[in-house]
Ligand binder design. Structure first.
Ligand SMILES: [Zn+2]
Length: 232
């Protein structure tokens, strides 16, 4: 009998006294919803809490949120949910990263060989650049090499390449699983190996790729050795 009475008293009390939150939408956009797992629209909302007596809001009880509410599943998350890129944005970052790595590996040797270009076109097509061709790629590399030669601070230092690589890879690295990082590095390695063993410049540029992907030096070295042993 007693537990039942206690239960009745508690539910009765929460019906009399409670906290009610009124939400106001302050923005919207698209995010990757961790609740229903996909690109969704969200509303960014802040709330105002009030004590209620018999369902009537009375005394202000401060702010709630801000939160991000999914338009599909209606679940609410902290604003850190917006730090994760949408699937759409993530694919664009990945494509951009592969393109930058391909150009960096090709450009480091000056004028790329046919086998390197063929391999590079294969990598680019697999990444979604359907209209990529050897001639177009060769022209792009030539323009890059000429540009780098024109800018005095970039001559022979590879600094321009390193900056480009970091710009393309740094924002991506945090969102990639280890296998994803390895895959990007290995695609670069395959292109470097297409016309023979790594040159020291190719090793350097692949080292920069690994560092930008937050891989440690030993890990990069091991992967490069393994890639060289594997016939493509
Ligand atoms: Zn959702």
């Amino acid at each position: 009998m007693l537990p039942k009475l206690g239960h009745m008293r508690r539910t009765g009390l929460t019906r009399v006294l409670g906290v009610h939150t009124t939400w106001t939408t302050v923005g919207d956009g698209e995010f990757f919803c961790p609740g229903c797992g996909g690109d969704r629209n969200y509303q960014r909302r802040t709330g105002r809490r009030r004590f209620t007596v018999l369902g009537v809001p009375l005394v202000p009880r401060g702010q709630a949120g801000p939160v991000v509410q999914c338009a599909a599943c209606e679940r609410r998350f902290g604003t850190e949910a917006l730090d994760h890129p949408t699937t759409h944005r993530f694919s664009a970052m990945l494509r951009d990263a592969v393109h930058t790595v391909v150009l960096a590996v090709l450009a480091v040797g000056g004028s790329p060989s046919r086998p390197s270009l063929e391999c590079a076109v294969g990598v680019l097509r697999a990444a979604g650049f359907d209209d990529s061709s050897e001639d177009r790629l060769a022209a792009l590399v030539e323009a890059l090499v000429t540009d780098a030669g024109r800018l005095p601070e970039h001559v022979g230092s590879g600094a321009g390449l390193a900056i480009e690589l970091h710009e393309a890879l740094d924002p991506l690295a945090a969102h990639l699983a280890p296998a994803g990082r390895e895959s990007i590095l290995l695609q670069g390695a395959r292109i470097a190996l297409a016309d023979g063993p790594y040159s020291s410049a190719e090793r350097d540029v692949l080292g920069t790729v690994g560092a930008a992907l937050t891989m440690c030096t030993d890990e990069v070295a091991d992967l490069l050795v393994a890639a060289a042993r594997t016939p493509s």
